[in-house]
Each structure stands twice: as C-alpha cells, then as structure tokens.
Design a protein around this ligand. Structure first.
Ligand SMILES: Nc1ncnc2c1ncn2[C@@H]1O[C@H](COP(=O)(O)OP(=O)(O)O)[C@@H](O)[C@H]1O
Ligand SMILES: [Mg+2]
Length: 234
C-alpha cells in the first residue's frame, strides 16, 4: 500500500483542496487512519486571533484531524502570493527539512497521508527546490487535479510532461468542476495517456473558504475507485 498521495494541480484554484479533502475523507471512511498536510501555504487568514491556512483548516476539519498545526502546515506565509516571494518579504527562508520532518512525523502516526501541493509542480519553494522536489523527497505518487476551462488541456499536458521528466509516478487525473462532459475527458486521456480517475461536477454546496463539504465525499466515493490511489503498483 502507498503511504500517502501528493495532490497537485494543473493550476491554482482548480480544486486541489476540495479533491485532497475528498480523498482523505474517503480513505477514512474506508477504515484507514488518515493524516492531511499542506506543507506550504501562502495567504494566511486570521481565525480567533490566530493566523491559519484556510486550506489546512478545510483539510483538518473534513477528517477531524487532531494533529498539531505545526505538522499539518509547517510553513505558513501571510501574503497571498508565490511562496518564495512571500518568504523573502517576510525575511524567513522556507525550510525544506522542517517540512520533511513534519511529513515523516505524520507518516509515522497514520496509515495514509494526503498532501496538498502548492499551486502547480513548478512553483518554487526555495532557490533549489520546486514543488515537484517535495513530492520526490516524500516519495509520493501524484493525483493531478484539472479544471474544465479554456487552457486546461495545455496546462494538464505540461504538468504531465514535467512530472514524467522528473520521474514522478502519476496515479491519474481528477477532472474537477466538469462542464464539457466526455469530450474534455477524452481529449485529456488521448493526449496524456494518463487515466482519468473520475470527474466531479460543480457543486453548489461546496466551499473551501467556508469549510462546507456538502455531499462531496459521497460523490467522490461513488465516482472514484480509491483503491487505485491506495494500492502501490509493483
Ligand atoms: N467541485 C466543486 N464545486 C464547487 N466549487 C468548487 C469545487 N471544487 C472547488 N470549488 C471551489 O473553487 C475554489 C478553488 O478550489 P480549491 O480546492 O481551493 O482549489 P486549489 O486548492 O487548487 O487552489 C474554492 O472556492 C472552492 O470552494
Ligand atoms: Mg488549495
């Protein structure tokens, strides 16, 4: 079995947090002890006089995680801008070792850890690491979240090309907020040769900002075979 999964996206705002949350909750419903992680978050928000990552809050809440904030989200940057720019403005470099230690603690504690990436695979984390390097160092396979928007095929194929270039394993693609039905799914599968694990429509009752899950987990479990994400292929 895999020890976790790295949820990346073809862009920011495509639904990484929603899909990572649905994967985590589905694994939990399957009987696993699950952890969640948002290694680097920019755009902190203040809740009860405390700065937190909205993504980390959403991910923790969907599985009732009791892990410390410091493990779930070791790097929290206030401005809602690219991590390296936010870090340099704050004068604090992003410490990769701190991230990897937190990840190790979570994997020791849980059967399965769902890690949400930051933006896409080529978002810089420091002078020598991109998000793809985090996935490699964690030795996790990718689930790539894609949105159904003009430009998404290009973004998705570029993401897959780069993942392959970096020898990252790809579990498959989840198409989120699907609008253009089978045509879009077929194009993605045809040109990428990566399986589409499933599709999720736009759902009125889902919001990361307000921590509203609606029935996303039930939808996800109906649509996506989580054993494909869980099982380690030999
Ligand atoms: N299937 C969906 N239905 C409705 N709204 C969605 C869906 N997926 C994501 N969203 C909304 O779209 C926005 C971006 O999703 P999010 O998961 O935060 O993306 P990312 O983590 O890739 O930046 C959020 O406001 C979220 O609530
Ligand atoms: Mg997110």
């Amino acid at each position: 079995m895999e020890k976790g999964v790295f949820v990346t996206g073809c862009d920011t705002g495509v639904g990484k947090t929603v899909i990572a949350g649905a994967i985590a909750a589905s694994m939990k419903a399957h009987g696993l002890d699950v952890g969640v992680m948002k290694p680097v978050a920019s755009g902190a928000k203040e809740i009860e006089n405390k700065l937190v990552s909205g993504d980390a809050v959403y991910l923790r809440k969907i599985i009732d995680s009791t892990d410390d904030d410091a493990l779930v989200n070791p790097i929290l940057l206030k401005p809602p801008i690219a991590p390296t720019i936010a870090a340099s403005k704050a004068g604090i470099p992003i410490d990769i070792d701190k991230i990897l230690k937190a990840y190790e603690a979570l994997t020791n504690r849980h059967d399965f850890v769902v890690v949400e990436g930051v933006g896409g695979l080529m978002v810089p984390i420091d002078d020598t690491h991109f998000v793809a390097d985090l996935a490699r160092k964690m030795d996790l396979a990718l689930v790539i979240v894609t949105g159904d928007y003009l430009g998404a095929i290009n973004h998705t194929l570029l993401t897959i090309e780069y993942a392959r270039n970096r020898n990252l394993r790809i579990k498959g693609i989840v198409i989120n907020m699907l609008k253009n039905g089978d045509d879009f799914v077929r194009e993605i599968e045809k040109y990428s040769s990566v399986p589409v694990l499933g599709t999720i429509p736009f759902k009125e009752n889902v919001s990361v900002e307000d921590c509203i899950y609606g029935d996303i987990v039930e939808d996800f479990r109906r649509e996506i075979d989580i054993s494909k994400i869980m099982r380690k292929e030999t």
